[in-house]
Design a protein around this ligand. Structure first.
Ligand code: 6PG
Length: 245
């Protein structure tokens, strides 16, 4: 498993670099397989990326061949300001010509377990997965929490131990709320996992994940895929001691 690290000067440059990688991955996937399956992440970090894709790449990509999935979702309706779907819809989906059937959102408005089972069914049928097979997503966007979480797999939560399911409901006591999330294992056959991390508050978690420092740096360090790349800014990289691009 190849790991790459790119350190950008700031959040804007990080979003630019991520948009270019997203576009390149999409063009390669469409050229080779006729479609591009991308998993979007939640939280604040990817919003600048979604805005860029919805603006500068609006007419550059063949969105009709792009299928969007989510790595995780809060258990809220799709029009909630908490919704990861809403964040991507506002910045990207509402601005591009993508067929509604290409949007595979997690139905946060359903009870958590029902939403998880429905989303797993959708992934399995989309990729025609047999039992024990994993989805070959072309690109998975991932965030990094200051506590080393990613997706909605937080340290000490049940989702960490889920080895069978692709998608699980996960109660996060730290937040006092339910989430629906891909499991870490569901990512293993993905062609590329792309972490985005910016800001001082991620510096210690990033150091721990990349250096494998004890204590175990949590879920993000467990992520495996055919390729894992990290796009970070200088603040997040402050404790790594490496030069920025
Ligand atoms: C979520 C995300 C979560 C996020 C990290 C980083 O639903 O919040 O899936 O894993 O990526 O918490 O969040 P920020 O980008 O807001 O720092």
């Amino acid at each position: 498993m190849r790991k790459g690290l790119v350190i950008h000067r700031g959040e804007k440059e990080l979003a630019r670099g991520a948009a270019a990688l997203f576009h390149d991955a999409g063009r390669a996937a469409i050229r080779e397989r006729g479609l591009f399956t991308a998993v979007l992440s939640g939280g604040r970090t990817p919003r600048a990326l979604y805005e860029l894709l919805g603006a500068e790449y609006r007419d550059k990509a063949d969105w009709g061949r792009v299928h969007l999935f989510w790595g995780d979702e809060r258990c809220v309706p799709p029009d909630s300001d908490e919704s990861n779907f809403k964040a991507a819809n506002d910045g990207l989906i509402s601005r591009i010509a993508i067929p509604s059937e290409n949007i595979h959102r997690i139905k946060g408005e359903l009870p958590p377990k029902e939403a998880a089972l429905a989303y797993e069914d959708e992934i399995r049928s989309f990729f025609r997965l047999g039992p024990g097979k994993l989805p070959p997503f072309d690109l998975v966007l991932l965030g990094l929490g200051a506590d080393g979480h990613t997706l909605s797999v937080f340290p000490g939560t049940n989702a960490l131990g889920e080895k069978e399911r692709l998608v699980t409901e996960n109660y996060v006591s730290l937040l006092g709320s339910w989430r629906v999330t891909l499991t870490i294992g569901a990512l293993r056959e993905s062609r590329k996992a792309m972490f985005l991390a910016s800001g001082w508050d991620k510096a210690a978690a990033l150091r721990d994940v990349l250096r494998g420092k004890a204590p175990v740096a949590g879920p993000a360090r467990m992520v495996e895929a055919r390729e894992v790349v990290w796009l970070v800014d200088r603040e997040a990289a402050a404790l790594l001691g490496e030069q920025s691009d």
